[in-house]
Every structure is written in structure tokens, then in C-alpha cells.
Design a protein around this ligand. Sequence first.
Ligand SMILES: Nc1ncnc2c1ncn2[C@@H]1O[C@H](COP(=O)(O)OP(=O)(O)OP(=O)(O)O)[C@@H](O)[C@H]1O
Length: 355
Amino acid sequence: MSLLELNGVKVHFPVKKGVLFDRTVGHVYAVDGVSLSVEPGRTYGLVGESGCGKTTLGRAILRLVDITDGEVVFDGTDLAKLPDEEMRRYRRRLQMVFQDPLGSLNPRQNIESILTEGMVAHGIGAGQEERREKIRQILARVGLPANALSRYPHEFSGGQRQRIGIARALVLEPDVIICDEPVSALDVSIQAQVINLLEELQESMGLTYVVIAHDLAVVRHISDVVGVMYLGALVEEAPSDLLYTEPRHPYTRALMSAVPVPDPVVEDGRERILLTGDLPSPANPPTGCRFHTRCPWKQDRLCDTDRPELRDLGGGHRVACHWAEEIAEGKIQPTANAAHLVPAPRKEHPAETAD
Ligand SMILES: Nc1ncnc2c1ncn2[C@@H]1O[C@H](COP(=O)(O)OP(=O)(O)OP(=O)(O)O)[C@@H](O)[C@H]1O
């Protein structure tokens, strides 16, 4: 049974004009009909280009933005329709860790004050001493010294500040943590440490994660299931390894082909898809399949008229492309009008030439 289920979630931001910004002249379709589910204790990774709606979707789960339509079912309750008063009871159980730890920590508060704030608001801990003890335990769990309590955010390194951000979520004893680009502001050498910490905490505390990131390697490593977003919609979803080895949507294939592979043997024969053209505006998305304006496999039929829904390919693999099977079987060849396929030159390997 899933702990978190999204059904047709839409977040449309009104575009206002006029002297008083009182005239709605259109909408930004930031999230436009996303359905997915997250199992308890597992990690759902969300990837996609900047502006595709990942953060807005994360914020919608926590109801930090107004949900235009759809359901956000958490532990059997649709949060989208809950009155604000009742939503408060659920807030504690769903927390967010942000990309920029410094920007999300008040520089004038010491760590104890930052961590205590949410506990007081949610009635956790009987008094100051009990809360302090809990904070000490959590700081130890995230690998920070106990003397961090009286220090201020600027006194810590980027990686330590992200640990503080994680501790701030953990003191509230959440079930779900939405991690929005949790390591992209950190040095590469520190990224692995924070990812490992998130994994350890998940294991020991039974946490459920939604990890939002543009870095495919990070998402692959940490996620059980990965969803790929393009212009406000999921275009593909699969168990992590399956998605990376058998991407079926042209957009996913393009994303994957842009990731450098350290193994030169793999690199040689690899498909390279260079997407041309800008990402269309979410205020004016293309008709039909939203990817058709940049798709190397675009067909004259269906692509620009019918918006594809996610279809089940089996094994938890879902794809929103009319022609996914034909493309995979090589029955449809790429056209060069919207993107170039650049097959890498096949180099000879010593193993192949040695006699
Ligand atoms: N409050 C808002 N009002 C109007 N438009 C918004 C608002 N918040 C986000 N948007 C727009 O919605 C779209 C999706 O933004 P979002 O931040 O969710 O994308 P993202 O995939 O998380 O990108 P990034 O990785 O750059 O954060 C963008 O076009 C953005 O400009």
C-alpha cells in the first residue's frame, strides 16, 4: 500500500496584468496532471530540466502552493481538500529539505533556536530540557557535534548546514521528507556523504523520501522508483535501474544520453541525442505531446494532436509516448528536424585488435 499517492495533480499559477495586477491574462501550467505513488520506506526520485515543475510538485505535496485540481492522498487522507486547520495536524508528518541550506536557515538564530521553533509549533517535547535532549540526539544522528547547539548557520560548512536542514526536519518526526535538490549546492566530495546520510536515516528511521534533482546520477543512486518530468507532466516512470538501462520515452533517452559514462567501451557505441530548440513555456505548452516540438522521433500522426497518457509497459514501467514500442524496436527512425542524433564514432579497443 502506498503512503503517498498523487492523482491528477495540477498547479496552475495565474498570470496577472493591469495596474493593480487584478486581471488574469493566462496561466502557467507548472504542474499539469501528475499521478504517482510512493511506498512507505522507499524513495521516489523526480528528474527533469529546470522549470519542468519539480519544485512546484514538491511544494504541492506539502500544500505550500494552492492545488488547482487533483488529490494528494497521504496515509489515506486527501490533503488537497483538507481545511487549513486540519492540514496543520499533517504538516509535521511531511517535511522538506531545501537545496540552499544557508538561504533556508535564519542567520540570526542559533541552531538550538532553529531546531526548537518547529518542535514548539507542533507541541513536541514537554519542556525546554526535553526538547534540548531530543535535539542533541538528532544532531548526533546527522553527524554534528553537540556544541553546534549554540552556534549560528554561518559558522558551518555547506555540508554541515545541509545536515542542520535535515536535523530540522527530523526533530519533527516526519514520515515523508521531500528533498529538493538536497546536494546540488554542495561540493562533489561532500555530496556522497550527504546522500549516504539520507540513506542511513531512511534505513534506521523508516523514512519515505521524494528526492527532486536535475542530476541523474544522484537520483539513480538514491531512488527506488524514478519519474521523469517534462513541462509539468510525468513522461516516464520506472524502477530506477530499469529506467536507466531501458529508457523508453524520447525525452528520457535524450536526458540519459547526455550523462557522461566513465566506461569508454560503453561510451563508444552509445546513442547521443542532442536536443535542439528551447524548452517551450509552461504558460503556452504545445498541443498533443508536449515534447513533440523537440522530439527526434516525431510522427505526423498523433504527436501534435493527442496528449499521451502514461501507459503501463509492465514491471512498473510507465511511459507517455504514442510510439514508444515502435521506437524501441527500431521501426521508427529519428528525423533530424528537431534534434540531431550523433552516433559516437566506434573506436577499436585493444581487446578487439589484439591477435
Ligand atoms: N509562484 C509562481 N508563480 C508563477 N509561476 C511560477 C511560480 N512558481 C513557479 N512558477 C513557474 O512554474 C514553472 C515550474 O517551476 P518549478 O520551480 O516548479 O520548476 P523546477 O523544475 O523545480 O525548476 P528548478 O529546477 O529551476 O527549480 C516555471 O516556469 C516557473 O517559472
